[in-house]
Design a protein around this ligand. Structure first.
Ligand SMILES: [Ca+2]
Ligand SMILES: [Ca+2]
Length: 228
């Protein structure tokens, strides 16, 4: 059993050497049972998987990929995506924001895909060797997929995994399949429902407005916000 949790993997491209490496972020290879949760992947570039490659030497293996946030990923193989799996896998509660494609599944693994957010894809959200789903609605027509959406995530900043109070991802995830805490250590759920992605929105930071500093503006603040 291998668990990779609460990492920030940012702007990895394997250096300047050609060819572009197989994955720009994390490579889970030949681990019988693995869990990848609450990680933040941003700005990574790879050939087969821009951010996360799940692969096996042939033995049946299983991966759980849940509550990760993928932002501005670059996959260079046009038949693949930010996450490529050759393994049986549950893919749930992840944000996929920006790449050619979110997920590619190869070698006919048994995959479930539930309650993920897909936004900003030019070549569809999910692809196997025989099927391409261009939209979340199309993907949700599969028996192995449900609850996937296409919504602008609503991050505080493009470089910050944290969600705004107005984010459409609040309470749109699956609590039954979510880790008990988020990338900050906030316990799930907060506010009655579980968020999609690595951040469970914690509104405690709104208290900073209650001292009347920059009063009247409840939607933005010009100073660095604490992690919520
Ligand atoms: Ca919540
Ligand atoms: Ca949080």
């Amino acid at each position: 059993m291998c668990v990779a949790a609460e990492n920030s993997i940012v702007v990895n491209a394997g250096g300047a050497a050609a060819p572009t490496p197989n994955t720009g972020g994390m490579f889970v290879r030949s681990v019988p049972t693995s869990t990848v949760e609450n990680n933040y992947f941003r700005g990574n570039e790879g050939r087969l998987a821009g951010a996360l490659l799940l692969s096996t030497s042939g033995t049946t293996m299983f991966a759980t990929v849940r509550n990760n946030t993928f932002v501005d990923i670059i996959t260079t193989s046009t038949v693949d995506g930010s996450l490529r799996t050759n393994l049986d896998a549950d893919i749930v509660n992840n944000v996929f924001h920006g790449d050619i494609r979110a997920i590619s599944a190869k070698l006919s693994p048994a995959v479930t895909v539930h309650s993920n957010d897909f936004y900003g894809y030019s070549m569809g959200v999910y692809r196997t060797e025989t099927v391409l789903h261009a939209t979340a609605n199309s993907l949700n027509s599969e028996t192995f997929a449900s609850g996937n959406i296409e919504a602008l995530p609503g991050f505080i900043d493009p470089n910050d995994v944290h969600l705004l109070a107005s984010s459409q991802l609040l309470s749109t995830g699956s609590c039954s399949q979510a880790p008990a805490s988020d990338i900050d250590g906030d316990l799930r759920p907060i506010g009655g429902g579980c968020e999609i992605g690595a951040d469970e929105y914690n509104p405690d930071w709104l208290l900073i407005f209650e001292d009347d500093f920059e009063s009247g503006n409840m939607s933005s603040w010009s100073h660095t916000l604490p992690a919520e």
